[in-house]
Structures are given as C-alpha cells and as structure tokens.
Design a binder for this molecule. Sequence first.
Ligand SMILES: [Zn+2]
Length: 558
Amino acid sequence: MGDITDITVFPARRIVTMDAAQPTVEAVAVADGRILAAGSLDECRSWGPHRLDERFADLVLVPGMIEAHAHSLEGAFALLPYVGWFDRHNAEGGTTPGIRTYADLLDRLRALDAETAGSSEPIVAGGFDPIYFRDEERLTKEHLDRVSTTRPIFLFHASAHLATVNSAMLELHGIDRDATTPGVARGPDGTPSGELQEMPAMALAGSALAVILRAINDPAAIGTLGQICVNQGITALTDLAAAGLQRPESQELWRRLVERPDYPARVFQRHINAMPPGASTWDEAADALVDLGRDSGDKLRTVGLKVVLDGSIQGFTAKMDWPGYYTGSDHGIWMTDPAQLLDICRPFHERLVNIHVHCNGDLTIDLWIDTVERLLLETAWLDHRHTVQHSQLTKAHHFRRMAKLGMCANIFTNHIWYWGDQHHDITVGPERARRMEPCATAEREGVSFSIHSDANVTPLGHLHTMWCAVNRLTPSGRVLGEGERISAESALRAVTLGSAYQLHLDGELGSIECGKTADFTVLDDDPLEVDPLAIRDIGVWGTVVGGTPFEAKRPTST
Ligand SMILES: [Zn+2]
C-alpha cells in the first residue's frame, strides 16, 4: 500500500459507524477521499505518515446523512419570499418567521410589491398552507386582489401541489370560465377562484413558473442549496424531480457547479418521467436516461426515474381508497394514468433503471406493487430496489408484499410534525393518522426504508426528520401513533444506510468503514445518546464530503 501517501487522521469524541461489526470508534483515517481505516487512534495512525486533524476532537461523527427525497427547489425556495405557517431556517443559519393571519400575509405581499415596484415580473412567494387557515374562508383571488389588481401574484403552497393566484395572473394567461384544464378550481359564479390544483393547472400560470424555473437554475440558488445541506448536516441530496430529460442544457450548469471541489454536497438526480426533446416513445426516453447516467460524475449523478401517481393528502388531491377522506371534499387526481404505469416503467426496468413512484393516497400503493410484480415476471431483476415514495398510508399487508418483491419504502415522517394534527382532525381521521408514516411496521415486516423531508415541501434537515420518526409528536402535543415510533438507531440507519440502499449506493455510502467514501455528518452530540426529544436540537458543526470538511453557518442568536 505504499502508494497511499496523503493520509489525514480525524479523532473525534465519538464516531458512530452504522457498521454492526464495530458500532463506535475513536478515529477515522482518510486518504484519496475515502475511508482508509476506522478504529482506535493508534490503528488509524498505523497506516504511515499522516496529518493529524484534531478539529473534531470534541465533536461526534456519524455517516454522512443522505436525503433520498428532496428537490433542487429547496435552494431556489430559500431565495424566494417565504409566507409559510412555521418559522423556517434560511441559508444564513437563522430563521424566517412564519405567517399566522391573512392580514399578515397580505401585508407581506404588499411590502414585496412595494420593494419591487416597477418590475415587470409577477410576485412569486412560497410556503403558504391553507390547511392552517381552516377557520377563515378559503384563500381566493379576491384576497390577493387586495394586494394588487394589476401586478400578477402567484402564491405557491407548501405542498408544492397547489397555488393561489390573483385576478391579474388569471387575466394575463387567459384562465377564465372556459378553461378546460383539470385542477382549475371555480367559485360559486363558475369563474376560476384563483386556486390552481396540481401541475397541469399551475402550468397555465406560465409567467410564474418561469420565475421558479429560473430560480432553480440560478447559480446563486444552486450555491444556496449546497450551504443549506452543510447547515443541516446533509452530505448528499437527491432531487426527486430533476428535469435533465426535458432540459439537457440545465444538466450542464448543474454538473459544472456541483462537480467543483468547493461545492459542499453531492446531488443525486432522479429524473421525472417526461419525454425528452425529439423522443416519442418511453423506450427512447429510457435510452436518454441511460445516456444521462453515463455522464454521472463523482458528485452529480443520475440515480434513476421518478413517477408521480397522485397528489397530496393535505391538499385533498391524493387518490384515497375506501372510505376516502375524513372531512373535506375529495379532489383526488391521477397525475399518471394508472392504465399507463406499466408501459411507462417497462423500458426503464428493462434497462436496470431504479424506479421510485410517488404514492400518497392508499389507492396508489397496490397499483405500484402490482406493477413491480408484473415487471419482475416479464424481466427478472433480482436487485431492483424499486421504491414506494412518501408511503404515508402503506399498511402491513403492503409491506409484506414489498418485502417479498424486494421493494423499499421512503417514508415522509416530517408530515407527523407539519400536518399530523390536520391528518388526525381533518384529512384521514384519528385511526389512520396514528398509522401514517408507518416506520415501525416497515421495520417489523422487513422492508428497507428511509425517511425524508421532501424539501422544500418541509425544511431540509435529517435531525428533525429523525426526531419525527422517533417521537411522533405533533404541534398540539399529541403522540400520533405510539406503536409506529422507532428507535434513534433505526432512524439514523434510515437516513444513512437506508437512503444509500435505495439509491444502490450502499457499497459506497451510508456507514463508516474501510473503502467507503469519506462523507461524515459532524454534530455537537450523539443522536443515539441524547434524550430522544432533544435530537432535533443537536447542533450541526457541518459535514465532511469526500474527505473535505465544510463548516455550517450557525445562527448568530444565542
Ligand atoms: Zn417530492
């Protein structure tokens, strides 16, 4: 091994490896961006001449946390005005306060209008969540018209599945009573109310989507995304709606920025099922995705396909099985024609492309499991790891089938905090709410799983996501389903090895052992040792990505 020369040894107060053979060690040796050794300090120093880096001597290292379901929009979102209910972290390490009344909402929009007076751009703000304003009438164009009757306004909801726009926006794009696109909500007089449900309807407001799209591909937003990852201890973020198939030109920009040595995170891209330019069949689309994958670098990589089956539960656009929603009216929308799911997935499966399908409502889950079974009968692929994404209402019998078929789950545990009370009281009712985000059932039934934030839908940060899975607390103080709580160790496994496994990257990432990539999350305390209720409050020093340390921006307030 004489050719290994540039060795750095990092001792730490504690290193949690997620390697069952040696759960904790005192030091790790890194060379060439990889883990050369994990063990005692003496063992790590025994590899030969090395640099001893003691910056983590009082800190805790865990395997680099991998967010297996987020969106590149998280970076753009941090740069767009925020009007959500909850306080939210920003790229500077501080927080932006939430909005609690319509009056505050309209005031903030008026202030934005004044700050950007004279601009020809629409006002685009994000994070609004109507379910927190159930005591008020539903927000419509009339409310937003009080901000401006001339400047178009687009209020992107927290779910990312809906938006509310004002009359100026409707007029600009000719969205009127004759609109035939599904998802254009109507008022009592038959004219559009201003609410646009799901992407086909939101896409009618093209001027606003152009602002969002430009923001996603703004180098400043891509940089911000990296900094948010460091602040939250995330070493790899998976974008579940990468647009590389439709817009190859944006790939070039992402590749250039993310592959720079100073970019502090890996970005894994799961491309959305859309026809690439010039293609007319799913076979051609699958070929294009395989080609994109060949261009994968060290940090920016193509990891597979994403298909969206339905909408969101809190937006009442998820497809629910009997007995349907608990209260409210069902706006369930198939985002992909269920009759076409098999035909869409087949050419990708045949090319060994890993497929993750968004299943929120419980009507979607059997369909996706049936489809995987059919794909496997047609074309054997024993190690596909196809995944149920969100998996919010997956039941024990689903997990038993998933375990047999080799499927994974990625469970949206952040919902317990952000919408758990609403699911209990409004959307699915108490019993089903207690079984939502069923991590313990997945574990009991032997399904490999991860947990996720779906950032920007909820804020990026795996300590918070782990905290949700471990405690299942809601803002009202309720424990939502004690039987679905998992241990801190299981939660840490989910955000490290669990994520790596469903990305087919567990040979490289997810634990601290010789030969794996030197990606670490650096914390003030050990999430397996602190009071479970304190997991989300653990300070994040930053990350190590490929052996290079990146320091978080910490809140300046005490
Ligand atoms: Zn998502």
